[in-house]
Ligand binder design. Structure first.
Ligand code: NDP
Length: 304
């Protein structure tokens, strides 16, 4: 089995691994070589008795429609989609589930007899991860999302609105992205979303410390924390975090410096691996129509 396949590989036929299994699922991205999705899904496939293996597919912009069509014609079940292809995947689908329409991006494409159906399990994954980590549902929280204008941040903001959080504070470096997001959120055809009070902020806003202090759940959806020399998404030095929950969507083997600071201020914390786990489990069920063993997936994710 190759570490990463390409469109050329698919054109040559369905890839087969050393065990003689055919590729049945793949994560597509660029870069994609570090994706943890294969280790998340492979054990679940074996336990569910689904033949085939889960691989990585490196695609350039403009290649998704072809890759999906080829994968479907070769009998694959579907593909997960990661950075930077979640919007191109949306355009390449024949039909979008509500989750994709509402969250504005596709991270899961099922190859069905009727065509390509796009879903978004990132929002549902975050919701399950928060409930698991903090023993409270999303709608119990007053939420601040740092990096709400990014792809994943916007999806999570829509999930918060759909679930009717107490209030929603959106923070982003580029304010034009927040204006677009707020327009999208204002027309979501979901009753709970209409009642959510939403405010937009830049990182430089003088009232940001006040907004952070009154929030009960603060989510980092910026990419800050991926590299060891990154700045903190925001400084918590002046905040009493003892009644707050902090969720960092960045997933690293170690706690990010931002989560370490939140913990030292007394907060409950959780890292992005749990969101990765739950979005993957939701996608697995869509692909296979079988409920995966979450604990098996969790062990595979954490031990390799
Ligand atoms: P995007 O590139 O779409 O968005 C990046 C976000 O980070 C934007 O809001 C961007 O602001 C902000 N940002 C980047 N650099 C800075 C900076 N120096 N100062 C302030 N803000 C900054 O990425 P994604 O939305 O796809 O991913 C964001 C993070 O979420 C990544 O770490 C990713 O790994 C993680 N993620 C985790 C998942 C999980 O399952 N745990 C699932 C999906 C994503 P601006 O708009 O101004 O550029």
């Amino acid at each position: 089995m190759k570490a990463v396949y390409t469109l050329e590989d698919l054109r040559a036929g369905l890839p087969v691994n050393e065990a003689g299994q055919e590729l049945c699922l793949a994560v597509v991205g660029n870069p994609v070589e570090h994706s943890k999705s294969p280790q998340l899904h492979q054990a679940a496939l074996e336990q569910a008795g689904v033949a085939g293996f889960y691989g990585r597919l490196h695609l350039e912009a403009g290649e998704l429609a072809q890759a999906f069509a080829l994968g479907r014609s070769l009998g694959m079940l579907g593909m997960n989609v990661t950075v930077p292809h979640k919007h191109e995947a949306m355009a390449a689908c024949d039909r979008l589930d509500e989750s994709a329409e509402f969250l504005g991006a596709v991270n899961t494409v099922c190859f069905t007899p009727e065509g390509l159906v796009g879903y978004n399990t990132d929002g549902g994954g975050l919701s399950l991860a928060v409930a698991e980590a903090f023993s409270q549902s999303l709608n119990d929280f007053e939420v601040t999302i740092l990096g709400a204008g990014g792809g994943a941040g916007a999806a999570v903001a829509a999930q918060c609105a759909i679930e009717g959080v107490k209030s929603l504070h959106l923070v982003n470096r580029s304010m034009d992205k927040l204006a677009i997001l707020q327009q999208h959120l204002s027309v979501l055809p979901v009753e709970a979303a209409a009642d959510v009070d939403i405010s937009n902020h830049s990182f430089a806003d003088t009232d940001l410390p006040e907004v952070l202090a009154k929030s009960s759940l603060i989510i980092n959806a910026t990419s800050l924390g991926l590299n060891s020399d990154d700045a903190l998404p925001c400084d918590l030095a002046s905040i009493d975090a003892s009644n707050q929950c902090y969720y960092d969507m960045v997933y690293q083997p170690d706690l990010t410096p931002w989560l370490q600071q939140a913990q030292s201020r007394g907060a409950k914390i959780a890292d992005g691996l749990t969101m990765l786990l739950h979005q993957g489990a939701l996608a697995f069920k869509l692909f296979t129509h079988k409920q995966p063993d979450i604990e098996l997936m969790r062990r595979s994710l954490y031990t390799k």
